[in-house]
Every structure is written in C-alpha cells, then in structure tokens.
Design a protein around this ligand. Structure first.
Ligand SMILES: N[C@@H](CCC(=O)N[C@@H](CS)C(=O)NCC(=O)O)C(=O)O
Length: 270
C-alpha cells in the first residue's frame, strides 16, 4: 500500500492494510515537526517521501545520523540522504555545549574520533563523511551520487578530497580551539581562501551547472557547506565566480534546502 503522509500533526493512529497500527507519536515523527516537537524529540525524520509500509518500519528503526546543525561534514551526509530520499533518525550532538558532547565517553563509544557525522544503519556504524556517502550511494537505490564514467567519478572524488582533506580539517572546531579565539578568524580565512584558490581552477575545467558536469554529485554535497564556512570566516567570495555560481544553483535544490543548518531540529531558535 502506498501512502503519503501529510505535514500536519495527526492525532490518532492509522490502521494500515497490512494489519499493524502506527501510533500518533510515530506519525508525528514522520510528518514535518513543529517547533514544539523539535524541542521534545531527539529524533526527526526529514524527507517528505512516498513509501510503503515496510519502508516506514525499516527506516525508523534502522537509519540514524549523529549530527550537529552547523557541522559541514554532517551537512554533506544530510544532502546525500535527502538526494536518496532516505528517512533517518536525527541525533543531535552539541559540539560546543559543556565542552562538547562529542567528547563524552558515551559518544566516543560510538565514534572514538569524537566527531560528527556518525551514521548508523542497523548493526553498521560508520564515521567519516566520505565513507558514509560512499556507503549510502552503494546501499540505497535511487539517485546516483557518482557518475558512471570512471574519469568523471575520479574528478568528483578529487573535488571531495580537496574540501574534505585539504580545507575543512584545517579549520575544524578542535583546530580553531587550539589556535585560540584571537587568531582563529585569520587562520580559518587563510586556509579556506588558499583552498578555494585551487578549487576555483579545478572547477573552471570540470564544472557544468554543478561541480562535475550537469548532474549533482557528492562533490556538490561537499561544496555547499564549505562555502557556508567561507562566509562565516569572511572570505571574499567575489574572487570565486565558479564556486559562487554552483553554490547558488545548488542552494535552490530541495535536497540542499532540507539539509541546510537552519532546517535542522537542533538549530537554535532565531
Ligand atoms: N574527516 C571527518 C571530519 C569530521 C569533522 O571534522 N567533524 C567536525 C564537525 S564538521 C567535528 O565533529 N568537530 C568536533 C571537534 O572538532 O571537536 C569527516 O569527513 O567526517
């Protein structure tokens, strides 16, 4: 039986043809949360999506993402899950409060690196956004996050690595904390700028509408959060016309809107 859930809050259980009942609480989790819901629930399922009964049950139980609303690495994964139209439980890890929830023993048991994202699919626990995106791409049907052509596929991964290894780690929270409040803005600004100088040249050759050609790929999932960080650290984006153009068109895509920090349940009230 195919069923599309409404966004409005549903007060009573609905009996499905296949003899089970989804409670009002479960339905609230799979419909769009209200502000009051998000404060009460750790779990939040993101996509509006047409599914069948089995999907709902499987996905509610199986997929979890430990995330922080403004974490650029978590954001990459959120984009990929949205492109694949996968529902998941959102588990917020506050990276700053009380010295950072990521450093607590309970979270280190999930991810010894004490970082988000961490993705859980049943018994499978994966950290590192590149590994998670790769798993999601191969595990779930639907939109393909990598091109079929080997050279284009390698180009996508090259761009991912420029961002994930060459830029983001140098301006990660723990690095900036070590650098200190007085110098962190200049430090992050410098490293993002020098990374973007190179990335802009790569994109000059590889890009069409998006980072590699005209299809959205993992590279785009990495680009948008990095541009957000560039803006946070006051990088002059007018020097990067390709990066800016691609980011602008991606920002209008539904998957990118869903994955945006402002649309996460742990985003502080504005
Ligand atoms: N290479 C990792 C990096 C993960 C990472 O740096 N996560 C950041 C948030 S974007 C984090 O958890 N920082 C916590 C800290 O530095 O204490 C990945 O791609 O997932």
């Amino acid at each position: 039986m195919l069923c599309r859930f409404p966004y409005s809050s549903i007060l009573c259980g609905i009996r499905f043809a296949s003899n089970f009942i989804i409670s009002s609480q479960a339905l609230q989790l799979i419909s769009k949360p209200s502000k009051s819901m998000t404060s009460g629930y750790k779990a939040w399922l993101i996509n509006d999506y047409t599914w069948n009964d089995t999907d709902v049950i499987t996905n509610i139980m199986a997929l979890k993402l430990y995330s922080y609303w403004r974490s650029s690495c978590s954001w990459r994964v959120r984009v990929c899950l949205a492109l694949k139209k996968q529902e998941y439980e959102y588990i917020p890890i506050h990276l700053v409060k009380d010295g950072g929830e990521q450093r607590k023993e309970s979270f280190r048991n999930v991810n010894p690196m004490a970082q988000v994202p961490t993705f859980v699919h049943g018994d499978v626990i994966i950290s590192q956004s590149m590994a998670i995106m790769d798993y999601i791409d191969n595990k779930f049907e639907g939109y393909s996050l990598l091109p079929k052509d080997l050279a284009l596929r390698a180009k996508v991964k090259e761009i991912c690595e420029i961002i994930c290894s060459g830029i983001q780690p140098i301006q990660n929270l723990s690095v900036l904390q070590k650098i200190g409040e007085a110098n962190k803005m200049e430090w992050a600004h410098h490293w993002i700028q020098s990374g973007f100088d190179s990335l802009e040249k790569v994109l000059q050759k590889s890009s069409g509408k998006y980072c590699v050609g005209d299809d959205i790929t993992m590279a785009d999932a990495c680009l948008v959060p990095q541009v957000y960080n560039a803006n946070r650290f006051k990088v002059d984006m007018s020097k990067y016309p390709n990066i800016s153009r691609i980011e602008k068109s991606l920002a209008e895509q539904p998957a990118f809107i869903k994955a945006h920090p402002d649309n996460q349940p742990d985003c502080p009230q504005k």
